[in-house]
Write a protein that binds this ligand. Structure first.
Ligand SMILES: [Cu+2]
Length: 123
């Protein structure tokens, strides 16, 4: 019993030592490739514990340490990857560099008939 109390106390202490914030950011991800690149760019950041994008809602759920980075940094990382993040617009150059099927329809329409937009990769 004593050991159990000690274990719970220790676990609680460790959990407190690494505070985790949660945030949900709206993106304009389209397919599985978008999901992979957004999640990868976020989890590459120091302080990000996890990032999970839901392709139905296009929202990414991020768990992070708010002592290491803040919400603005997270949104900027998504924008730098080529996607909108809440009110932060995608960095144009990064958006241009995305695979054709990952570009939003407006960007795609500038290309030949925008046929690439019809293609959606479903996981
Ligand atoms: Cu995509």
């Amino acid at each position: 019993m004593r050991q159990l109390i000690l274990f719970v106390a220790l676990f609680g202490f460790i959990a407190m030592a690494a505070p985790t914030e949660k945030i949900i950011i709206q993106t304009n991800a389209i397919c599985g490739m978008c999901k992979t690149s957004i999640e990868a760019s976020l989890t590459a950041l120091e302080g990000v514990k996890s990032a999970e994008l839901d392709l139905v809602t296009k929202k990414v759920k991020i768990k992070y340490d708010d002592k290491v980075l803040d919400a603005a940094t997270l949104r900027q990382a998504i924008a730098n990857t080529g996607y909108n993040a809440d009110d932060v617009p995608a960095r144009p150059k990064a958006q241009e560099a995305l695979a054709a099927c990952c570009k939003p329809k407006e960007a795609c329409a500038k290309e030949a008939a925008g046929a690439c937009c019809a293609k959606k990769v479903v996981e």
